[in-house]
Design a protein around this ligand. Structure first.
Ligand SMILES: [Zn+2]
Length: 375
């Protein structure tokens, strides 16, 4: 990972480069971020920059053997500790540690350094459990950092989500973090610094990773997802500078295409008092599985929000993607103000009924009837 591979954060990159060039890199650095800002990528690029023997002042060279091994995350002096748990393959009695999942880790992080905690758990298949960095992992960390470096340079230990470290592991690592062996760097990447014990926190140099700059993120989304400049800026704005959140929002907007089509059909049938078409719509909704039914309800709530905010003349903060603005403008004119509160309650009640396993036909017949009467 080179600094130039990372979107935004130009100022922070310059600060890290300066620290490295002046030989002032602390032996324990804690990168703090919100998910999707890119802190793991920054930690990796920082380690690579420090290690590259041919760095050019503003970045690692990217082509020397050291850089190549860092890029593939296979450098023998680059270690990882990340939250894990027992899986079907690696059962609890095998005492799961990061090394047992290292191939998966390298694969997913190379493809997506903004990986979320849940995506990681899904990758290794720990189902609904939460991973931890436990005492066995702490033992491995100590062992690895006390070896001499394989390639004679410095050693790096990247600890991803140290907030998942349990007390026992933290106690075991305290002394190491306070006084790491010579030529050893521990870079931690946290999304919840308030959950890290203070004795560890106080021994680290803190690097605050800020949201990705709005315009830069927008430009990236425009290229990556083929969006219009205007939509890209909108997603950049409402994702609050998080690349992973923006990607999630864009893909759920694309997935909402079918929900949008059904909702418009329902609104249209209700307002033209065409009961036959209304029945067709709710019969179709009743065939969906529960998750899809909930998605439809959430999409309807979001569309109602967009209509309502627009009806108040607050288009600036309505945050409506470009492709939906015409249809919103059309429906705002047709809807009476009282409809918003009523339909909002109807959809929230439908969500509760879906949770309670009420018969789907009944739920959506009721939703449709209430829309029919109030539109
Ligand atoms: Zn290099």
């Amino acid at each position: 990972m080179r600094f130039s591979d990372i979107i935004g954060h130009e100022k922070l990159k310059q600060q890290l480069i300066k620290l490295s060039n002046e030989g002032r890199v602390s032996h324990a650095v804690l990168f703090c971020e919100e998910p999707g800002y890119g802190a793991l990528a920054l930690a990796l690029a920082f380690a690579q920059y420090n290690s590259c023997p041919h760095k050019k002042g503003e970045d690692s060279c990217g082509t020397c053997p050291t850089c190549n091994k860092f890029r593939k995350m296979i450098h023998p002096d680059l270690h990882f500790a990340v939250p894990v748990s027992a899986t079907k393959k690696i059962t609890a009695d095998k005492k799961p540690v990061t090394d047992m999942f290292i191939d998966e880790w390298r694969r997913v992080v190379s493809a997506n350094p903004e990986i979320s905690e849940q995506e990681w758990y899904d990758t290794i298949g720990i189902d609904n459990k939460q991973g931890i960095i436990g005492v066995n992992e702490a033992g491995q960390i100590l062992k690895k950092l006390n070896f001499r470096a394989f390639e004679g340079g410095d050693k790096y230990m990247i600890i991803w989500l140290p907030e998942r470290m349990n007390q026992e592991a933290a106690n075991k690592l305290l002394k190491l973090i306070e006084e790491p062996p010579a030529g050893t760097y521990i870079f931690m990447v946290t999304q919840a610094p308030e959950r890290i014990i203070t004795t560890i926190l106080s021994r680290c140099q803190i690097v605050r990773v800020m949201p990705i700059e709005q315009e830069i993120l927008a430009r990236h989304l425009e290229e990556e997802s083929g969006l219009s400049a205007e939509d890209a800026l909108l997603w950049s704005k409402i994702s609050s500078g998080s690349l992973s959140r923006a990607r999630e929002m864009i893909s759920s907007d694309i997935e909402a295409g079918e929900d949008h089509e059904i909702l418009i059909k329902l609104l249209d049938a209700c307002s033209s008092k065409d009961m036959t078409r209304v029945i067709q719509v709710w019969e179709r909704l009743a065939t969906f599985n529960r998750e899809k039914q909930k998605d439809f309800c959430y999409y309807t709530l979001e569309f109602l929000r967009e209509l309502y905010i627009t009806s108040l003349g607050l288009n600036e903060i309505a945050n409506i993607p470009l492709h939906r603005r015409d249809v919103v403008a059309t429906w705002v004119k047709k809807i009476k103000p009282a409809f918003y509160q009523k339909s909002y309650d109807v959809m929230n009640n439908a969500l509760k009924d879906i949770e309670r396993n009420v018969n789907s036909k009944y739920i959506f017949a009721d939703v449709s009837n209430r829309f029919f009467l109030s539109l």
